[in-house]
Design a protein around this ligand. Structure first.
Ligand SMILES: Nc1nc2c(c(=O)[nH]1)N[C@H]1C(S)=C(S)[C@@H](COP(=O)(O)O)O[C@H]1N2
Ligand SMILES: [Mo]
Length: 158
C-alpha cells in the first residue's frame, strides 16, 4: 500500500548531493544507495567526550559510490588520482576530509562505508553516515551526510 501524502510529509527523506569534479554528479537518497552491494562493519571508536562507543553499520563502500559518479581522473593512470580530495559534510555543518588514495584499493584501500543503517535502524530520514573502521577516534564518523564534494584541484604548487 502506498503512503498517504500526510505520512510522507511527516517522514521527510534525506538527500545527499554528490558534486565536484565528477562526470555524473547526483542527488541520492538512502533508498537509491541500497542499489549498491551492501557491506557490514562492527566498529568501536573513542569519543573525546563520551568514551568508547560500539556500533554496527551497513551500507555501500564509499569508493564504489564515488566511482559510479566517474571522478575526472584517468582511471588507468594511478598517479592521476593522488590529487583528489573528498569533502564530506553533515546537515549540522560537521565535516571531514579524506584523500582519494585513502579509499582506493590500489593505495590504502580503507573499507570506508556510507552506512544506510546504524545498529539495525534505517537512516532514510537522517541521511547516510560515514564509517571509517580504521579510525580510533569517532570524529570522522559524520552522521546525516548531505553533501560529498570530490575535488581534483589540489596540488602543493597551485
Ligand atoms: N554530523 C555529525 N556527525 C558526527 C559528529 C557531529 O558533531 N556531527 N560528532 C562526531 C563525533 S566527535 C563522534 S565521537 C561520533 C559519536 O557518534 P555516536 O554518538 O553515534 O556514538 O559522531 C561523530 N559524527
Ligand atoms: Mo567525539
Amino acid at each position: 500500500m502506498s503512503e498517504s501524502l500526510a505520512e510522507r510529509a511527516s517522514q521527510p527523506v534525506a538527500e545527499l548531493a554528490l558534486t565536484g569534479d565528477l562526470a555524473h554528479p547526483a542527488r541520492l537518497t538512502v533508498r537509491h544507495l541500497r542499489a549498491w552491494p551492501q557491506h557490514r562493519a562492527r566498529v568501536s571508536f573513542e569519543c573525546a567526550t563520551s568514551g568508547v562507543r560500539h556500533h554496527r553499520f551497513e551500507g555501500p563502500l564509499l569508493h564504489e559510490v564515488l566511482s559510479g559518479a566517474a571522478p575526472a581522473f584517468d582511471p588507468v593512470r594511478r598517479k592521476d588520482r593522488l590529487r583528489f580530495l573528498i569533502a564530506v559534510s553533515g546537515t549540522d555543518g560537521h565535516h571531514a576530509l579524506l584523500s582519494w588514495a585513502e579509499i582506493d584499493p590500489d593505495f590504502a584501500g580503507a573499507p570506508v562505508l556510507l552506512a544506510l543503517s546504524i545498529d539495525s535502524s534505517p537512516l532514510d530520514r537522517w541521511g547516510p553516515q560515514l564509517v571509517l573502521p580504521q579510525d580510533r577516534c569517532g570524529a570522522r564518523h559524520v552522521s546525516g551526510v548531505d553533501a560529498i564534494r570530490v575535488d581534483g584541484g589540489y596540488a602543493a604548487w597551485a
